[in-house]
Design a protein around this ligand. Structure first.
Ligand SMILES: [Zn+2]
Length: 436
């Protein structure tokens, strides 16, 4: 190991220094004045004569410190060389690895690069372009283990009554073959019952993508059974049903428009929105008239709207099409617009938007796995050809690509406990701190 000439200044750091230099042979020294070099200078690479010590070069990293790397000079031919600065490069790499891991984890949780820059200004200041570069280089280097044999499964339950007894029917359907994996009746549907049912009927060693309604308890059960092998999708049609139920049965045009804007987050409802927008001004005028006049107006307006919605449905059916699924960016934008206006909405809608935000990763999981279903309606599960090309287009967006890679890494269990903390990486620099 490297011989260390300990001085009063570097004596307290002998342990750190010996860790840093542990992989170097006995030929090296770290001098009392902090120069790293060979004890006996090497032979000249040009003429083969022994060289002599000849001062040092200083390498510096802002806020972290500086190290002196020994130089050698050949007395015979004048050739000058420098000792290898590997240890310094490695120290820096270890430090920035932690910085990169922190940034990547923030990105995984949808923190913008602007905000990461702000956070980093407390830790180790870096501008957002540098951070973006670090994160993207890091995730490009990691190979995502290919997801083989992912099982796509629908889970749902019914609560039928057998005579006066409440029964619970739990069902699993294979999304690809549409075959029933299991369909069983229970007296209870507590977490243990569901857990046992899943364990008996599914392979918990395989990757699984599972679609459910928006009931809260599932995620924890899935984690217990499948660990990090599970991707949990909430059924978007179920979400849409909840949205419809957030509104009174007899809505005003204004409320109806808001309802369709919510339904428009994940599915294209632009025609309905356009239709309702045309009626909004008229409703304002009518509301100023007698309530009898308004009542008969709104009745006729709603009838007209329902006829329009029905005609769109029939057209889709004739053309054998489903409602058009939004791509990820459009869904995100639609949601953000609503969220920004949220303050002026009725309370049930404000709550619904907050819930969508909370559940966003589980509502959008299907965007990040090829051919994954977004709903629990097996009939509406298969995507039209147009949708597939839609998806390829969105892949070109770098942000989406990054998110896909990140969520793939997450599924692969790449993000575990950190190997080292930022402080541990930083302490290695203490012997080199620039005390000037
Ligand atoms: Zn020489």
């Amino acid at each position: 190991m490297t011989e260390m000439q300990l001085s009063l200044i570097n004596f307290p750091y002998r342990k750190t220094l010996s860790t840093i230099f542990q992989n170097y042979s006995n030929d090296f020294e770290f001098t009392a004045s902090g120069i790293f070099r060979k004890i006996v200078p090497p032979l000249c690479p040009e003429c083969g004569n022994p060289m002599i010590h000849n001062g040092f070069n200083t390498c510096k990293k802002e806020l972290l410190g500086e190290a002196n790397i020994g130089k050698y000079l050949c007395g015979a031919c004048g050739k000058s060389t420098e000792e290898d600065r590997d240890f310094w490069t490695k120290l820096k790499a270890n430090f920035f690895e932690v910085i990169t891991e922190i940034s990547t984890l923030l990105r995984l949780n949808h923190v913008s690069y602007e905000v990461i820059e702000l956070i980093m200004s407390y830790l180790y200041p870096r501008d957002k372009d540098t951070i973006q570069n670090m994160v993207q280089c890091a995730i490009n280097e990691v190979a995502v283990p290919p997801v083989k044999d992912i099982q796509f499964v629908h889970y749902d339950e019914q609560h039928p009554k057998a005579g006066r007894n409440q029964k619970y029917r739990l069902t699993l359907i294979d999304s690809v073959t549409r075959q029933v994996i299991a369909d069983e009746l229970f007296d209870l549907k507590d977490a243990d019952t569901i857990e046992g049912f899943l364990r008996r009927n599914l392979d918990n060693q395989k990757q699984i993508f599972i679609v459910t309604d928006l009931y809260r308890g599932y995620s924890d059960i899935f984690k217990r059974v499948f660990g990090n092998k599970v991707t949990h999708q909430f059924c978007l049609l179920h979400l849409n049903k909840l949205i419809v139920n957030d509104f009174p049965r007899k809505t005003t045009i204004e409320q109806e428009l808001l309802k369709y804007r919510l339904l428009n987050i994940f599915y294209n409802r632009e025609p309905e929105i356009k239709f309702l927008s045309c009626l909004i001004e008229e409703e304002k005028t009518m509301k100023q008239r007698s309530s009898r006049e308004y009542k008969s107006w709104i009745k006729e307006a709603k009838n007209e709207f329902h006829r329009f919605v029905r005609s769109l449905e029939l057209k889709r059916r004739r053309e054998n099409k489903n409602l058009e699924q939004r791509n990820y960016l459009d869904a995100l934008n639609n949601f953000k617009c609503l969220k920004m206006e949220s303050g002026s909405f009725m309370i049930s809608v404000r709550k619904r938007l907050a819930r969508i935000e909370e559940l966003w990763p589980n509502l959008t999981a299907f965007y990040f796995i090829d051919n994954a279903p977004a709903t629990n309606n097996p009939i509406e599960n298969y995507y039209s050809t147009s949708l597939k090309t839609h998806r390829k287009k969105q892949l070109e967006e770098t942000g989406i690509k990054e998110q896909m890679k990140l969520s793939a890494l997450k599924r692969a269990g790449i993000f575990g406990r950190p190997q080292k903390t930022l402080l541990e990486a930083f302490f290695m620099f203490i012997p080199f701190l620039d005390r000037g």
